[in-house]
Design a binder for this molecule. Structure first.
Ligand code: PMP
Length: 433
């Protein structure tokens, strides 16, 4: 497989951008080698600058629920762009997208932003404004974007690159951040026993997906919800990754809706932007109405609710019917089965974990992974060898062992379909790598 065009682009990129990238994990630092510069995508496939084709299992890190360049999404976006790309006024598409989110999830009001980072940052500001308290609780291994106060013991690129803390975040900014082990209700109880009347909110990924996929133990999120309610704190579930992906509404549908609890605030991103920069936070009307212009908590954005981005998101969600989630679930099971079988045959110890249609594999780990310490026990070197063997065989996996694998409705669950047959062919060799 020739990579000369990607190598040339990477060399030029490093002259003008730090590390040659605009988001760290893309640089392949953890796995080595040349990042592939993609020039097009269609359905389940990506094509790089050297015209190599890959079955894509990253899906732009989650947004591409329907696959790349879905014809109806492209048509809607093209028509929206032709009408004008940004007005700086309210417009119909953002209302329709907000209505769709309100219909699918327990939130009553939505405020649009442009990235998941903005969504969590704004949700925390709102929780602090609502409660008049400063402390916040997060869990180690959960990633909520590069918000100063939330970078403590974060997953995703922070763990991939082994960054212990982040220079540039003053100690006083994280002084109010209490970091607890995931899936540990006793640690939550202890923190509330000590600081209960000072805690503005608990924020958690609805199901952790940024240390690999680590679903909450049954009752864990419910415990957080009840504990927050008992102490006058707000419960924020971050569904930037899981929203409209793990299931039709998000992970809440599998968890809260079944167990009978609701978050006070939620954050969304990825799928709701249909591949464009669109994200949102939402929740209880009485809390959301504290935002400017109704209330005093300030939050704003030049491109928030952008008509092209919200059209992409709205079209994606309208096409994401229950059948799409059924198909995604079938494909996800099929790929899990193929990978597990190949690894077992090659004698590679591994643990596969799921959260709705999402899944990831922990290399060299034989026990279920419940928290960040468990996730970090994995054999990342073994994953690196597997990653490169798959890449060489034309299967594009996340360039880090700490990330979920993302499929799309364009991946056919039939093993004989073109994307899955390539995957199945690549697996035995990669598993032995
Ligand atoms: N929260 C979660 C759960 C995420 O997975 C991410 C991104 N991976 C973010 C927040 C941040 O989103 P963004 O990259 O759009 O800022």
């Amino acid at each position: 497989m020739s990579t000369t065009a990607s190598e040339a682009l990477f060399a030029r990129a490093q002259q003008v951008s730090p590390g040659g990238v605009n988001s760290p994990v893309r640089a392949f630092r953890a796995v080595g080698g040349t990042p592939r510069f993609m020039k097009s995508g269609a359905g389940a496939w990506l094509t790089d600058a050297d015209d190599n084709r890959y079955v894509d299992l990253v899906g732009s890190w989650g947004p591409m629920l329907l696959g790349h360049a879905h014809p109806e999404v492209i048509e809607a976006v093209t028509a929206a762009a032709a009408r004008g790309t940004s007005f700086g006024t309210p417009a119909e598409p953002e209302v329709l997208l907000a209505e769709e989110i309100v219909a699918r999830t327990p939130v009553e009001r939505v405020r649009m932003v442009s990235s998941g980072t903005e969504a969590t940052m704004s949700a925390i500001r709102l929780a602090r404004g609502f409660t008049g308290r400063d402390r916040i609780v997060k869990f180690s291994g959960c990633y909520h974007g590069h918000v100063d106060a939330l970078l403590a013991e974060a997953g995703s690129g922070v763990v991939t690159l082994g960054i212990p803390g982040t220079p540039g975040v003053p100690a006083h900014v994280t002084a109010d951040t209490i970091v607890l082990p995931y899936n540990d209700p006793a640690a939550v109880d202890a923190a509330f026993a000590e600081y209960g009347d000072q805690i503005a909110c608990v924020i958690t990924e609805a199901a952790a997906g940024n240390m690999g996929v680590v679903p909450p133990h049954p009752g864990f999120n419910e415990h957080l919800s009840r504990t927050c309610a008992a102490h006058g704190a707000l419960f924020i579930t971050d569904e930037v990754m899981t929203g409209f992906r793990a299931a039709r509404s998000g992970y809440w549908e599998i968890d809260g809706q079944v167990e009978g609890w609701q978050p006070d605030l939620m954050t969304f991103g990825k799928v709701m932007g249909g591949g464009f920069p669109a994200a949102a936070f939402g929740g209880r009307a009485d809390v959301m109405d504290l935002l400017a212009p109704v209330g005093p908590v300030y939050q704003a954005g030049t491109l928030s609710g952008n008509p092209v981005a919200t059209t992409a998101g709205l079209t994606t969600l309208r096409l994401a019917t229950p059948e799409v989630y059924e198909r995604l679930s079938a494909t996800s099971s099929q790929v899990q089965h193929l990978v597990s079988e190949a690894l077992a045959e090659a004698g590679v110890a591994h643990t596969l974990q799921t959260a709705g249609t999402m899944f990831s594999i922990f290399w060299g780990v034989a026990e279920p992974v419940a928290d960040f310490a468990g996730a970090q026990a994995q054999d990342t070197a073994a994953y690196t060898a597997f990653f490169h063997a798959m890449l060489d065989a034309g299967v594009y996996l996340p360039p880090s062992a700490y990330e979920a694998w993302f499929l799309s409705a364009a991946h056919d669950p039939d093993v004989d379909s073109e994307p899955l047959s390539r995957l199945a062919e690549a697996l035995p060799g990669a598993a032995r790598a």
